[in-house]
Design a protein around this ligand. Structure first.
Ligand SMILES: [Zn+2]
Length: 420
């Protein structure tokens, strides 16, 4: 196999890897950088690609996939749930992008028609004529998988984004990879430890109780897919006694997840959490919610759009209320400005936040210890490539893997090719 790193190398965003066999080629993810003007991985001619294997729905992995369906002949191989959640996010990407995108809604329909829908955990799936792929659960987001690829007697693992710890929504990643020759691993939190999950959950629930019981409203800006449902399940699992409302695209994600409950860790908890929500129905409902003690979970997660913009402009000015930031905030987003400077836009003017602001590290990625733990489960003596990390975290992580495990490890740059 020849591997070429098209994106997501020494960066977070637009992940894409081209794998060439004897006669055919495939892509592992083909994402987009969406935080500023959208950009895509290195160009590859659609006619050179026979299949795309997609790990999960997040746009930094899926955002460029529709580019390959402007013509026929390419097959998308992914779980049914990832297809549906990706389509939801891609529709939104098309609708909200203020910039030109090189594909449109009709290309999503072509993509759907060309998809082989798998289940999380499917094994030994024949891809093209010469690859065999398995899709173990990644524990990162519903529908998400890692990818195990076999070709010419070699076995390659691509982690995509991976989480070893159990969350409310998902069990931890399936680590039964067997003997490996190549590992391409994410490095996002390779230099950062997460606090214990239980501690973060306890702190979040008591913050929510404190705010509501003093007569305030807690705004939780959250991504539509995964994080919004994770927090609804957490509050339900602790029998949170106050109203919890949910708004925006998260409600559409709920509908999709309802049809794939078997992919979730605890379908009963999920159903109870979603059925207990106050589903936001329109503007009079929203205006009422900002005056009524309770929790509001609403996209967008970085306050850059969606109903959370309205909620934030009201709730941020109420000293009794609170805002819980539950995800990484990309530099330059309103959520990051809120966190770093305590400022937010009210009627177009930067205004000091009066509500109580707290941050909770509900990451869906393995932290430093878990990434090393993953290598403890790996058999054989693989060659390792570290990708999907900011700053120098890919390079440092590669060096550490080499020192701890004796594996040949490196942090490729975009455009690098290797034969394995
Ligand atoms: Zn992801």
């Amino acid at each position: 196999m020849e591997i070429m790193f098209l994106g997501g190398a020494r960066e977070v965003g637009k992940s894409a890897i081209l794998v060439k066999g004897e006669k055919t080629n495939l892509l592992l993810d083909y994402g987009a950088q969406t935080s500023k003007e959208p950009s895509f991985p290195m160009h590859v001619q659609p006619k050179e690609v026979h299949s795309i294997l997609l790990t999960h729905a997040h746009l930094d992995h899926s955002g460029g996939v529709p580019l390959f369906f402007l013509r026929e002949g390419v097959e998308l191989v992914t779980t049914g749930l990832t297809l549906e959640l990706s389509t939801l996010l891609l529709e939104d990407f098309i609708k909200l992008s203020g910039f030109y995108l090189p594909f449109e809604y009709i290309d999503l329909l072509a993509m759907e028609k060309s998809t082989r829908r798998l289940k999380v955990g499917d094994k030994s799936v024949q891809v093209n004529s010469e690859f065999v792929a398995s899709f173990p659960s990644s524990g990162h987001v519903p529908g998400g998988t890692t990818i195990l690829l076999e070709n010419g007697g070699k076995r390659l693992l691509y982690t995509g984004d991976i989480n070893l710890r159990e969350s409310q929504l998902l069990s931890g990643a399936d680590l039964d990879f067997g003997e490996l020759d190549v590992v391409i691993t994410e490095s996002t939190y390779s230099q950062t430890e997460h606090d214990p999950r239980q501690k973060i959950e306890d702190e979040f629930v008591s913050f929510a109780r404190e705010i509501v019981e003093r007569g305030g409203v807690l705004l939780v800006p959250a991504f539509s897919v995964g994080r919004a449902q994770e927090l609804a399940c957490l509050l339900r699992s602790r029998n949170f006694p106050h109203p919890v409302a949910m708004d925006g695209m998260a409600l559409k994600a709920n509908e999709i997840l309802f049809r794939y409950q078997e992919s979730l860790r605890d379908p009963v908890l999920f159903r109870r959490a979603i059925e207990g929500l106050d589903v936001v129905s329109g503007w009079s409902h929203r205006r009422k919610l900002v005056r009524t003690p309770g929790v509001i979970i609403s996209p967008a997660g970085m306050l850059g759009g969606g109903a959370s913009v309205f909620y934030n402009s009201e709730i941020s000015q109420q000293p009794r209320s609170g805002i819980a930031i539950v995800a990484f905030q990309v530099p330059g987003t309103p959520g990051r400005t809120l966190l770093e400077r305590g400022l937010t836009l009210v009627n177009g003017r930067p205004t000091k936040v009066k509500a109580e602001l707290r941050r909770f590290d509900f990451s869906g990625h393995a932290g430093r210890s878990e990434l090393f733990e993953m290598f403890n489960h790996i058999k054989g003596h693989p060659r390792v490539f570290t990708v999907h990390g900011d700053g120098n975290s890919c390079e440092v992580f590669a060096r550490e893997i080499n020192e701890r495990f004796g594996f040949e490890a490196s942090a490729p740059q975009i455009g690098d090719r290797v034969t394995v």
